[in-house]
Design a protein around this ligand. Structure first.
Ligand code: NAP
Length: 283
């Protein structure tokens, strides 16, 4: 089993580290865009060999595309002519519907494409922050629709599960709806919360001095890579806008309850949120 990783950043580097640590593969080939990254990845033991030439992916049984979202399809187009028969290509991008739809058109019958998204990450990106245990006990989504090869899906899931991740197979559209609500909307809200303070003017100094765990926890994701944020919002634009709309509705219900001074209604809304979070959010 040989794997190739195109794009060696936080996620690509962590895949190499995790699969090498688990001794799940014979060889990991890293294909970044800079020579220094190859050197760094070899030093970290995230890869066994590196190349700047996409043709190197031709040796691989599985190719992981781990670049920014907007480069996944261009990289797929570059890699496809070099793939061996029966190879599986997967990606790790945070949005899935458009990528899977386009990939199904691009990939020839002799190879398989399975959309992927590890629900793991952190604010600090790039290879130096990669870690072997990033995916442990995290969900790793592999998309499945009417065109997905079940055998390729199961085979890929078997290898990925060696990273410690739990595999979840879902339809790409359902994936994008779900992550719009639980991952992309939180980024919108966190950025808006921080910008509320950033634009506060009078009193801002005191706000910052008073800020503690509540503000820190609620806004953690606003410290993520802004470039990744652009890609996320624009690659899942319609679903993100739908969730913003739903959120505005909830905000307005809470606003009305506070404005009216209706203790019972405020209690009902806060209790509903507490009960739902306490029984469903386990991380
Ligand atoms: P990252 O650390 O910035 O890694 C992206 C890597 O892609 C960088 O190493 C970058 O190289 C490389 N790259 C950029 N252009 C390239 C090109 N033309 N050819 C080859 N490599 C290129 O970001 P990441 O967090 O790993 O994100 C990568 C993917 O993972 C994204 O699609 C994202 O949606 C997905 N994802 C991220 C998270 C998260 O929390 N961060 C979670 C789940 C999924 P340089 O180092 O030279 O810039």
């Amino acid at each position: 089993m040989i794997i190739a990783i195109v794009g060696l950043g936080l996620i690509g580097g962590s895949i190499g580290l995790a699969l090498k640590k688990a001794k799940a593969v014979r060889k990991v080939i890293g294909i970044p865009r800079r020579e220094e990254t190859i050197k760094q990845a070899l030093e970290m033991n995230a890869i066994d060999e590196g190349s700047l030439d996409i043709k190197a992916a031709g040796q691989a049984d599985i190719v992981f595309l781990c670049t920014p979202i907007h480069l996944i399809i261009p990289k797929l187009k570059e890699v496809v002519p070099h793939l061996k028969k029966g190879a599986i290509v997967t990606d790790v991008a945070s949005s899935k519907y458009e990528i899977v739809k386009q990939a199904q058109r691009i990939v020839p019958k002799s190879v398989f494409f399975i959309g992927g998204h590890p629900m793991a990450g952190k604010e600090k990106v790039k290879l130096e922050h990669a870690q072997a245990d990033l995916f442990e006990n995290r969900v790793w989504i592999l998309t499945q629709d009417g065109k997905t090869s079940k055998s390729a899906l199961d085979y890929l899931g078997g290898i990925i599960s060696k990273t410690g991740a739990r595999i979840l197979n879902i339809d790409p559209k359902i994936h994008d709806h779900a992550v719009a609500a639980i991952s992309h909307l939180p980024l919108v809200v966190a950025a808006a919360l921080v910008n509320t303070v950033a634009h506060a003017g009078t009193g801002q100094k005191e706000m910052i001095e008073c800020a503690s765990s509540g503000f820190r926890d609620t806004t953690r994701v606003a410290s993520g890579d802004p470039e990744l944020g652009i890609d996320i919002f624009l690659s899942n634009q319609w679903q993100v806008l739908n969730e913003i709309n739903a959120f505005k509705g909830q905000l307005s219900v809470l606003e009305k309850a506070i404005k009216s001074g209706n203790k019972h209604q405020i209690l009902t809304l806060l209790k509903r949120a507490k009960d739902f979070r306490d029984s469903n959010v386990t991380l």
